[in-house]
Design a protein around this ligand. Structure first.
Ligand code: R5P
Length: 299
């Protein structure tokens, strides 16, 4: 039977693109809130006997996880043979250590919850830092799609004489790979975080790069303070307005406007979270990863 794709609200464009690319059927569901704020979900189409997956990117996750889990349960109870999750942005990956006594390892708990509701997971560049592999916290098969090649292709075609700059050591893994694939030089900076919104970045000899266009690459822009600090330093050193590239455009509160006001040039992102900065499509790569988890026509 044709596998089925289901979109959580807001994820319809990616779900439709995956349905087109993989020749799947998108099934209708209802997901809404009761007046008291609780979630209501309903399968509106037949899924019995079919492999299914739900598309739900997980920025602002606290509003999404309860209806997502209820929907996964509804799909399974309606007779789906398997229920996968396509979450182009995977939340809670930065809470991977107890920074202070009494904190909990949120990454592990959220991974356990997701693992108990789904049979497989596809995501794009999760924030792997102290956790080096999703299998350390997820009990289900998972596929990680990497954005470096697409970002590099964008930089190569859209930026004149780029120098790739990683705002911190954690970004080194993305930025060095993007630089390698874009055949561009690369500098990784040192970041000290003093609080949620206080970030200090130090920069080696930028005078080497005055003729270049700085391209800042990071996996996530959330408050944008990491990028803003770097943009500020680069501008003060007389470099051109940096192009800012994020895989995941989380942009908390006024972060996008703040980043522009801080002196950023073009701001672009991959389409893992719908945002006006989306310029780099990961859809074909996500579709290829999803295909690996679906039964073949011969099954
Ligand atoms: C940090 O570990 C990540 O790679 C990003 O640098 C960070 O998440 C960006 O956060 P913000 O935009 O809040 O500075």
């Amino acid at each position: 039977m044709t596998p089925a794709v289901i979109a959580m609200p807001g994820n319809e464009p990616l779900a439709d693109a995956l349905a087109d690319t993989l020749a799947l059927e998108r099934l209708a569901v209802t997901v809404r809130r009761f007046p008291d704020g609780e979630s209501y979900v309903r399968m509106d189409s037949a899924v019995k006997g079919r492999a299914a997956f739900i598309v739900c990117t997980l920025d602002r996750p606290d509003d999404k996880l309860v209806p997502l889990f209820l929907l996964a349960a509804a799909v399974r109870e309606a007779g789906a043979t398997s229920v996968g999750l396509v979450a182009p942005y995977l939340a809670y990956m930065r809470q991977d250590i107890r920074f202070r006594p009494g904190e909990t390892l949120s990454a592990q708990h959220v991974a356990a919850w997701i693992s108990s509701h789904f049979d497989w997971l596809v995501t794009v560049d999760p924030h792997l830092h102290r956790i080096s592999n999703l299998s350390q916290i997820y009990r289900i098969p998972s596929s990680v799609v990497h954005a470096a090649q697409r970002v590099a292709a964008w930089v190569q075609t859209q930026v004149h004489q780029p120098v790739l700059i990683g705002p911190d050591e954690e970004s080194a893994q993305w930025v060095s790979e993007v630089a390698r694939q874009a055949h561009a030089p690369c500098v990784v900076l040192t970041k000290t975080r003093h609080g949620d919104r206080e970030v200090e970045v130090s920069i080696p000899n930028v005078e080497h790069w005055h003729a270049h266009t700085p391209v800042l690459v990071d996996d996530i822009i959330s408050t944008a303070h990491t990028m803003m600090e770097t943009v500020g330093h680069l501008r003060r050193m007389g470099l051109a307005a940096p192009v800012c590239v994020a895989v995941h455009a989380v942009f908390a509160q006024n972060a996008f406007d703040d980043l522009r006001a801080a002196g950023a040039g073009l701001i672009v992102s991959c389409n893992t979270i719908a945002h006006s900065t989306n310029r780099i499509s990961m859809t074909a790569d996500i579709a290829a990863a999803v295909r690996e988890h679906l039964p073949s026509a011969a099954d």
